[in-house]
Design a protein around this ligand. Sequence first.
Ligand SMILES: Cc1ncc(COP(=O)(O)O)c(C=O)c1O
Length: 485
Amino acid sequence: MDQLIKKIKAQEEIANQLETALPDREQLLEKVTESANQFLENLPTAKAYQQQEPKMESFLIPEEPKTIKEILDIIQEEVFEPGIRAASGGHMGYIPGGGVFSASLGDFLAAISNEYAGIAFASPGAVAMENVIINWLKKLFSFPENAVGNLASGGSISSLIALTAARDKYGVKNQHILQSVIYMTPQIHHCIQKSLRIIGLEDVIIRYIPLDRHYRMDTLALEKQIHADKSEGLSPFLVIASAGTTDVGAIDPLNEIANISERHRLWFHVDAAYGGFFILTSKKDKFKGIERADSLVVDPHKGMFLPYGIGAVLVKDADAVLHSNLYMANYMQDALSEDLVKSPANVSPELTKHFRALRMWLPLQLHGITPFIASLEEKLLLTTYFRKQLIAAGFQVGPEPELSVSYFWFPYPKDENDFNRRLLHHIHEDGTAFLSSTMLDGRFVIRIAILSFRTKLETIDKAMGMILGCLEKTKMDFSQSELKR
Ligand SMILES: Cc1ncc(COP(=O)(O)O)c(C=O)c1O
C-alpha cells in the first residue's frame, strides 16, 4: 500500500502542473488579454485577407512546454495573420458575422466551469439557459410553445437535426427512399444535400424547382411538380425553402410554399441560417409564412454576430425529434426525467455538449437586443450604399437585394468572366476587404455579404477604394494581353 501511495504521489506532483494557481492565472490572463486587445485594436487597419500559408512546424506538440509569450506569438503569426480575418468588418465574403467581444466572456466562463450542458439533471442552470434562448427564438418566429429546439454548432448540424426529424416523421426508410421526393431550389445551401447524404437519403428524388428573376422558388412550378410526382405514384414529403440564400440573399415565397405544403401534407423546412435574424428589422414582412414551417434553422453566429460555433434549430413535432435522438442507456438512468425535451441531449446527436447558450445569453443580457437590431438595420442600409457606389463607378449590380447580400460585375466587352475573375484575384491580393464570388446563370459575379457588426460606412469606402484600384490593375492586365495578341 505504501508503495502504491508513493507512486500516486509521484505522479500527482507532475500532474498538478495542470492546475494553475491564482498568481499564475492572473499573469496568464494579463498576457492573453493584452494579446486580445492588441488584436482588436489592430483590426480596423489590419488586412481582412492575407494570402499566406501557416508554418505547420510551429504547431507541432513540443517536448518541452513553451512560455505563454511564445504561444501567443505563434497564434498571432500563424493563425491570426493568414487567411480571412473573420473578426474584421472588412470581411464581406461568404457569410460573415464578426464575433462580439462579450460572447468571448461567455465562452471563457463556459470553459472555466465546464458545465455539462447536455442533460438537465447534470446542469439544470446551463440547460435552463439554453431552453430560455430556444423559447425566445420560438417567440421570435411565432413557433408554438411546445415546439422543440436546440443550439447546435452551426447551420449544418441544425439542418441535420431538422431533416432527420422530417425523415422519421414520414418513415422514409428502406424501399420508401427511392419513391420519396424532396423539393428545393438550385440556390439551396449545400449543407442540405450533405445532410441528406449523411442521414441515408442520398437516393431520394430531389426536384430542383426553377427560380424567378430574383432567384426565388417559382411556386407555380413547385405545385405542378408535386402533382406530376403524385400522379406517377411517387411520395412527396418535404419542401425546403430559404429565407436568405447564400448566393444572393433571396427569400423564397414562404407563405405560398406553406400553403402548398399544407395542401399536399408535406413537411415544410426553412433554412433561415443567414437571413433569419432580419425578422427583427424593417424587413419583418418578408418572412411572412415562416411561422408555418415545420422546422427552421437560424444561425446566431451569422445574424447575431456571435463567434463561429452556434446555430439553432426549431422543430414543431417533438416526437419526430425524439424518435431520432432519444436513447436510453443503463449508465444514464440517474438522468432520466419526465420532461424529455428539456435536455438538449435528447433532441440532438450530441451527448456531452459545450455550454453554448452562455455565449449568446451573456451578450443579450449585457447589451440588450436593441444594438443587435440597429446593427442589422445598419447592414441593410450599408448594402444599399455599397451598391450605389458600385453603380456610380460603372459596375453592374444584381437586382435590389432582399437583405444584405448582393453582387456585382464589371461589364467588360470581351471575356467578361475572365476579366471579373482577374479583378477578384487582385482584390484577394490586396486584402483590404475580403470578397468572394459565385456563378449565376453562367456569369462570374463578385458577392458582397454585409453582416459583420464591424462593417461600417468607412469600411465600405475603403473597400470601394480598393475595388477601384484593382479595377485599374485588371484593365491594365487586359489591355497588355490585347497588345500581345
Ligand atoms: C443559407 C445557409 N444555410 C446554411 C449554412 C450552413 O451553416 P454553417 O456554416 O453554420 O454550418 C450557411 C452557411 O453559410 C448558409 O449561408
